[in-house]
Design a protein around this ligand. Sequence first.
Ligand code: NDP
Length: 278
Amino acid sequence: MSSVPTITLNNGVTIPQLGFGVFQIEPADTPEAVRTALEIGYRHIDTAEMYGNEAEVGQAIADSSVPRDEIFVTSKLNNGFHDPADAAKAIDESLAKLGLDSLDLFLIHWPMPEVGDYLETWKAMERMLAEGKARAIGVSNFTPTHLRRLAEAGTETPAVNQVEVHPYFVQDEVRTYCAEHGIAVEAWSPIAQGDVLGDDTISAIADDLGRTTAQVTLRWHVQRGDIIFPKSVTPSRVKENFELFDFELTDEQMTRITGLDRTDGRRGPDPDEMNMVP
Ligand code: NDP
């Protein structure tokens, strides 16, 4: 099987383009799920304080025979901790729960424009980077408006923006902004939590290629250059989702999948409206 490609972020740090997401994995199930992923060959784990399973992710990494420096670990600043002093404490708590000295990537989980000033939070993230608490910093669920505000303030350019992207919500506007500004895109809910897997167009392409609809969808992301980390607690699916690098979609197949975009394609919250604090 071909190996997972890496993407070089704007500060030179490299990240495996395919990782394993742990949103909605119960803490009790997390060590086993992460162990399975590492055994299959995943070397990139995407967690968050909000997911309530950082400690269990850390336990799986500690128990694994894979060296720590071969695993790319991302976590995220939860919504209640945007105040700079709270943010500084929050990364220390995430590191303690994960049992790590530093994160590979730390993200502001949501911009929360109605709750606080994400520009000040971003400046706190810059300090964490300078202190070596994370090798790279980025944002999640930022729109071009939010990103432009950081740029106009002359701050460090985020290394990544992690946003909802899948065939029903292709997010061309934010992806174009990111491409023009050297920000890597991470596509969350890459198979729309399963919603795209019964799609007729994707099914026809999957039949032609002798692949599953999940593999075709994930391969579409890979060829668009986005970073993905599908979640599954089912070992056969974790393996299936890893087998993306020995086939290709044609330009015509790529275009057909991108054409599935819908105006009502969003599945998760709208970043401009998200104001949920834990
Ligand atoms: P996904 O699009 O990865 O879908 C996960 C769902 O699809 C699960 O129900 C899983 O079932 C099922 N599934 C996975 N693989 C297959 C397959 N091959 N065939 C059939 N069904 C499959 O959704 P997520 O929302 O989990 O997104 C992935 C990751 O993105 C998250 O884990 C998290 O790390 C990140 N994320 C970030 C957000 C943010 O705001 N920054 C928001 C949401 C997600 P099962 O587990 O039962 O096998």
